[in-house]
Design a protein around this ligand. Sequence first.
Ligand code: LLP
Length: 422
Amino acid sequence: MRFENFYYKNNLLHCEEIDLVTIAKEFGTPFYVYSKKSMVDRFNDFKKAFEDIPHRIHYAVKSSSNVNIIKLFCSLGAGLDVNSGGELYRALKAGANPKNILFTGVGKTEEEILFALRNDIFLFKIESFQELDLLNSLAKQENKIANIAIRINPNVDPKTHPYITTGLYESKFGIAQELAIDAFKRASALPNLKILGIDMHIGSQITDIDAFRESVVIMNELISQLRQIGIEIEHFDVGGGLGVQYNDEPVPDVFDYANAIKDELKKSNCKIIFEPGRYLTADAGALVTKTLFNKSNRDKNFLIVDAAVNDLMRPALYGAYHEILPVLIDNREKIVYDIVGPACETGDFFAKDRLFQKTYQGELIAIMSAGSYGFCMSSNYNSRRRVAEIMVDGNKYFLIRKRETYDDLIRNEEIVNELFEN
Ligand code: LLP
């Protein structure tokens, strides 16, 4: 069920047992708040849905990358999927075992590859022939054998937003299916690489589970072709991508997803790796923001809040819909609002033409399903300080990231007097 750990008690929106006004009083607004229970429950559901096949869940760190969130998933037994040197650094700081870390990414730099090699991560996912060669030579230089999987692009349309479609030939990701055999042959000839697996990730926010099934069938065919030529594939990484409900659209849950693909996965005779992000974290988080002003132009009522596009980019970037809830709910009239932020961009909106409880200056609202691709995509645009993050655990709550200060904004800048000397 959608955000089951956010609910009303005495007319106040709570996260688990804490009302959001209490958090706002202590830490100010805006802030991201996460329910630990929600993440734990979603992880356990995922595990349960696939309990009868050998598998491993690698949490996709990019979806929500606070070190406490990473550590939580590690403590539940997850491995990690990282997409940059920075995510690897976070994972190591969170205490993750490098042997449980996969390194994804279409454009890894030498510096990132060396960082990962020197930390003996489990595996590199390779996305091009040149990357095979580069990894092989860096592994040789470091006197190591690097485990690899090759990411294949199965050219299946997942029918999601074009910006998060990754398994079609027009996207930059993976090696085209027709070149797969050549890529594996090339890899098997490189002495400092060891092939362990095959990988796909066809996109994100996928609610059409047939696309997953279709891709698995294509990959199974490839796995058997590889075995026929003597290339053993131990694991099959099916990526992430399972969608969540943002509005009232029908969405499959992880058990539907499992039912749709499990039989095909079994046929692969591989250990299965999953890389979920959004399914585990989206519904666990909300962005809580305060109304600064109300105003009406001739055609519109605006609710101007203190969070902005830099804090949550999804509406501006993808036209994404996010449910918005009043923190104090009662029987007031509803009116149609555009809910917007203070940034100097017309794209700075959280909702357009939304029927919403009449809201007064100073009142709080919560932008829901913001636990994934929320804080981690935020920026300092307009020199806005990035917001605080709070994790709720039952009747306790913890600041897991402080709100930035003005000093933080210019920490890496220095006035270079020489520039102004004449
Ligand atoms: N594995 C790989 C290789 C990925 O590229 C991704 C996400 C995942 C796993 C996790 O996918 P998930 O289970 O979260 O769908 N910023 C966009 C989403 C970008 C997804 C990028 N890749 C958004 O806000 O919708």
